[in-house]
Write a protein that binds this ligand. Structure first.
Ligand code: SF4
Length: 371
């Protein structure tokens, strides 16, 4: 296990308060940022809590029992989240991903999903509503989530070996329960299900082939994610990154692969299919093959902070506008102003940044705004 950098300070950032532009831009569904990227994908964190302590995201040493989690009163209510989402949809968002922490820890999440499922894109289509979960509560909740209007789920699973899995979630949670959750989600029709495995060289990379073999023939799409320097607490080191190209080679040697095209603009995964048609995998290569050029994702924290990049060091506080009596037009105008000024492309710049930029700079925690 690598030495971790553990700063003893509050992980949340000091954000700027969002401003209502004097002449708010009316939503057209075609909002572009400073690099011409449209706004299509909104990730909404509904809690900053999680029942796992994955070392690359929420190390136990920091997120311990004394950690100051957000009081419930500071969380956006479901009605507030839906109101904000409605403005993003008017600006062009077509996909909403619910995240956390662990989103299924938020009570009555089905109510929020029902509200979001009632929204329509600027073309009058239903939104693509999905959720990223660690799968620990999925077996119990899958059917109700589907009935509420959730279409798909992505499950984080870093290994099949129970000892490895328990060590990586660091709360001794059994892998069998997550696998049962995936089966329950499939039975409930929450597919195509995606499984995300964060690959850390020297920790779980020997699980790549067992995971690939396990999910072949199941219609589950397995994606391998390069270990990222998210936040400021996971002690990230480049030599623990296993480049996606090497992941593909390892699998191809045993299970021949053919490259597939992107399924949608702005998709983060590079897709590969098994040559014998027995399934599909993906690789998400934020470190070695940055995909910022068509990044169309915004992130809303559970207390109303807007982030424009997973590696952001600054957010925009929408809450004073949400709770300050502003109209929907003014809220939409504030969101437009923020997005139009966006030029984030951290992963593209990472290689050119000074070495300590990856470990010294305080960036928002992934556990706070979702992956
Ligand atoms: S680093 Fe930021 S801008 Fe680049 S793809 Fe990731 S979230 Fe988008």
């Amino acid at each position: 296990m690598s030495e971790r950098v553990i700063p003893l300070i509050d992980q949340r950032l000091i954000n700027t308060v969002a401003r209502i532009p004097t002449t708010p831009v009316a939503p057209t569904g075609l909002l572009g940022d400073a690099l011409g990227r449209p706004l299509r994908d909104l990730r909404i964190s509904v809690t900053d809590r999680c029942n796992f302590r994955c070392s690359y995201c929420m190390p136990k040493e920091i997120f311990d029992k004394d950690y100051a989690y957000l009081p419930h009163s500071s969380l956006l209510s479901f009605e507030e989240i839906t109101r904000v989402a409605r403005q993003f949809v008017a600006h062009g968002v077509q996909k909403i991903r619910l995240t956390g922490g662990e989103p299924l820890l938020r009570k009555n999440l089905e109510i929020l999903i029902e509200q979001l499922a009632a929204l329509r894109t600027t073309e009058g289509q239903p939104l693509d509503i999905t959720l990223t979960t660690n799968g620990s509560l999925l077996k119990r909740k899958a059917a109700a989530l589907k009935a509420a209007g959730l279409q798909r789920v992505t499950v984080s699973l870093d290994g099949l070996d129970d000892t490895i899995f328990r060590a990586m979630n660091d709360v001794d949670f059994p892998v069998a329960d997550v696998l049962e959750g995936i089966e329950a989600a499939q039975a409930a029709g929450l597919g195509p299900i995606k499984v995300n495995m964060v690959v850390k060289r020297g920790t779980n990379d020997h699980e790549i082939l067992p995971m690939a073999a396990h999910f072949r023939h199941t219609k589950v799409v397995l994606r391998f994610i390069e270990y990222m320097d998210v936040g400021a607490t996971n002690g990230w080191r480049m030599d623990e990154v296993l480049p996606s190209a090497e992941v593909v080679q390892r699998i191809h040697r045993e299970l021949p692969l053919v490259q597939l095209g992107a399924a949608a603009p702005g998709e983060t995964a590079e897709r590969w299919g098994y040559a014998d048609g027995s399934g599909e995998i993906g690789v998400i290569s934020s470190v070695t093959q940055a995909f910022c050029s068509d990044c169309n994702r915004a992130r809303l924290s559970t207390e109303g902070q807007l982030y424009l990049c997973l590696f952001a060091s600054q957010g925009h506080d929408l809450r004073p506008i949400i709770r300050g009596g502003a109209t929907d037009e003014q809220l939409a105008g504030a969101i437009a102003g923020i997005w139009q000024g966006r030029s984030d492309r951290y992963s593209e710049l990472r290689a050119s940044l000074p070495p300590d930029a990856s470990t010294g700079t305080r960036r928002v925690e992934m556990s706070y705004i979702g992956g």
